[in-house]
Design a protein around this ligand. Structure first.
Ligand SMILES: [Zn+2]
Length: 448
């Protein structure tokens, strides 16, 4: 195998890649490159049409059309000058430009594509055209718009938020104010800790909600309902405040973990961002997506994010449940008879402390049974978690699906990315819930 062959490929239009705030639409459609590849196994030569985008680093694979051997590759580069593509096989560009009769395959690590497509079938000319055909022009335009906003938010805005939040966590009020003023245009001085808490979370929320997308997103409903319940609970029941104060230290640790996890998600955003597409796929389109494959080879990276994010999100649900208990029954510890049907009688929570010890599925069920918070049960779906988190779960490169011994049908890689976006969305939502805990436990409001 002659691994490590490099070839440099130009972007279609130079000004379009990276660096600039506003990228023009459409250049992605231009970036299909043709390669003549020699399979390192069966040694047959074939034509690969490879989709290319600016990237900080993308692992992909392409199955040989003759023997189905998955040939792996890597591409990296956000500028014309530094872009490179490695394919673990012999690249025969230029040797025989026509290759009459050779098999042609289409591989795109950035957009789900039809493997058999060649440039002579209209829907397969460019993978994005395949999407237009399935979704319709309007939905596709909206998807592209949300996708670009999400990518820009992660690349351009998040580094500033990260800096602000790090000064917040360090308790460096001077640098916090300086960054908030210089980078975020704050025109007053936050002299109190709870003011800095609000500013830090607001900045974080602006970026994370953009990355989570708007279509099909119900995060605002969860946060609004919580805010109303929490405010009412604080005003009417001292016990509620006492519970939040008692958990001040625990919330501070959660805050640091949540920020760390959100940062990991954003740093790896490229690997799961296509999960956004799932939110634009209705029942009618679902079947058509079963034929498309996203040729990314990053399962272990994304699964780590998914699993750690899922676990952490479940630790951040208690304030929702506490607010519901207080509003309904006057105490955050009083669960009354409001137990989800999925929770067996001997597991029903009798206090917040007991609730903390429940398995994740039950924790989620307590919140998801409350009107307005149902979406949390969908974002944090335990059935999918069991498939993805199972010890035998793997990415089957022949079918492009995530499968395990207990779930041999599994799910498409695209759906897997959709669930990963769901976990990020849950973390982004619950961060704004945690903000209320941090404000309630603030030293500004007396001894905790
Ligand atoms: Zn082969």
């Amino acid at each position: 195998m002659s691994a490590g062959l490099r070839s440099y490929m130009p972007f279609a239009r130079r000004g379009d890649c990276g660096g600039s705030e506003r990228r023009s639409r459409g250049y992605r459609e231009c970036m299909i490159s043709r390669y003549h590849l020699k399979c390192p196994g069966c040694e047959e030569v074939f034509v690969a049409r490879l989709g290319v985008e600016p990237t900080n680093g993308t692992r992909f694979y392409l199955p040989c059309p003759h023997c189905r051997l998955p040939i792996r590759g890597f591409m990296q580069g956000t500028e014309l000058e530094n872009h490179r593509i490695n394919i673990e096989c012999e690249v025969m560009n230029g040797a025989d430009p026509e290759l009459p009769g050779a098999l042609v395959v289409t591989i795109n690590p950035f957009v789900p594509s039809l493997y058999e497509a060649d440039s002579f079938t209209p829907s397969g000319a460019f993978p994005t055209l395949t999407l237009v055909q399935i979704l319709g022009q309007d939905a596709f335009t909206e998807f592209e718009s949300e996708r670009h906003q999400a990518l820009d938010a992660g690349r351009l805005q998040w580094p500033r938020v990260r800096m602000l939040f790090q000064y917040y966590l360090q308790g460096n009020a001077k640098m916090f104010t300086r960054i908030a003023t210089e980078q975020f245009g704050l025109d007053w001085e936050p002299t109190q800790a709870h003011q800095r808490t609000s500013i830090a979370y607001q900045a974080m929320g602006t970026v994370t909600t953009t990355i989570a997308g708007t279509t099909g997103n119900r995060s605002a409903t969860v946060i609004d309902r919580f805010a109303r319940k929490h405010t009412a609970a604080m005003q009417r029941h001292k016990e509620h405040l006492v519970a939040f104060r008692a958990r001040g230290k625990q919330s501070a640790a959660l805050e640091r973990d949540l920020f760390t996890e959100l940062n990991r998600f954003v740093e790896q955003h490229e690997s799961w961002e296509m999960g956004l597409l799932v939110r634009f796929v209705g029942q009618a389109e679902q079947a058509k997506f079963e034929d498309l494959v996203l040729y990314r080879d990053e399962f272990s990276t994304v699964r780590d994010l998914y699993q750690q994010g899922f676990e952490l999100a479940c630790k951040c649900i208690w304030p929702l449940v506490a607010a519901q208990n207080t509003v309904k029954r006057g105490s955050p510890d009083d669960f009354g008879n409001d137990h989800p049907v999925t929770v067996p009688a001997n597991k029903q929570a009798r206090s917040l402390a007991q609730y903390d010890k429940l398995p994740n599925a039950y924790k989620i069920a307590y919140a998801a049974q409350v009107p307005g918070w149902e979406s949390l049960g969908e974002l944090l779906n335990n059935k999918h978690r069991n498939t993805i988190g199972h010890a035998t779960a793997h990415h089957d490169l022949q079918t492009g699906r995530i499968v395990s011994d207990t779930d041999p049908t599994g799910m498409t890689y695209l759906d897997f990315l959709g669930h990963t976006l769901g976990v990020f969305d849950a973390l982004s939502t619950l961060a704004q819930v945690l903000r209320a805990c941090r404000v309630a436990a603030s030293p500004d409001f007396g001894v905790a």
